[in-house]
Design a protein around this ligand. Sequence first.
Ligand SMILES: N[C@@H](CCC[C@H](N)C(=O)O)C(=O)O
Length: 279
Amino acid sequence: MALSFSKYHGLGNDFILVDNRQSAAPCLTPDQAQLLCDRHFGIGADGVIFALPGQGGTDYTMRIFNSDGSEPEMCGNGIRCLAKFLADLEGVGEKTYRIHTLAGVITPQLLADGQVKVDMGEPQLLAELIPTTLAAPGEKVVDLPLVVAGKTWAVTCVSMGNPHCLTFVDDVDSLNLTEIGPMFEHHPQFPQRTNTEFIQVLAGDHLKMRVWERGAGITLACGTGACATVVAAVLTGRGDRLCTVELPGGDLEIEWSVQDNRLYMTGPAQKVFGGQTEI
Ligand SMILES: N[C@@H](CCC[C@H](N)C(=O)O)C(=O)O
């Protein structure tokens, strides 16, 4: 069977976008998505995103498979790419979409300058909502000790619909993420695995972050992770509510609003190419 696809990226976090508007179920299995994401034997991507019909009065539904075939609840860079993909399909410019995701309704807005601003919703902080067993149900995980690779890390946990474990370090570039990333991801205290962000504070409004993603490994950027980074920085008194988060693929502007407790993420989304592949 031939599959038409488009490839987009948000700061180098890259996705295969599939027009799945004719059916409520993704047209690929997790195994097929995993093959397409392979950088040697497939198209190459951090994940596959499906644009499905909207549910519950929304414009569209987003489903996503990570490059290992697992299905996350949300993807920040991915939803900016999806918004751009939908606008390209519809032939429109500035527009706001209401997108149903497994993490609730998310609202990306295409701006006049080509950037996409996304209302990412409210962060969840209670241990059982991350989920993690690092604290009792009803409690938050803020700067609590976690032993990984023989070292004690002070970690903060935040859910942006998907799980994030965040830790502040003196020098992000010196870390061997390939070695320690999988140990955080599969740590028994994260029953649904976790994304892990390593953060260096450059200034109160400027945080440098590297990420090991659940189901994808090292990526050049993570939108939900950037939002979780600002939440962790504010909770631990290390950063401001309005921050530039510097990632290997570029910068995201993140605001954690005092007014409505929601996270707002602004960044780019770019089409790379389109094509057809056999599956
Ligand atoms: N890159 C994403 C997050 C994708 C999902 C993540 N790997 C997970 O399993 O939760 C982003 O930009 O948010």
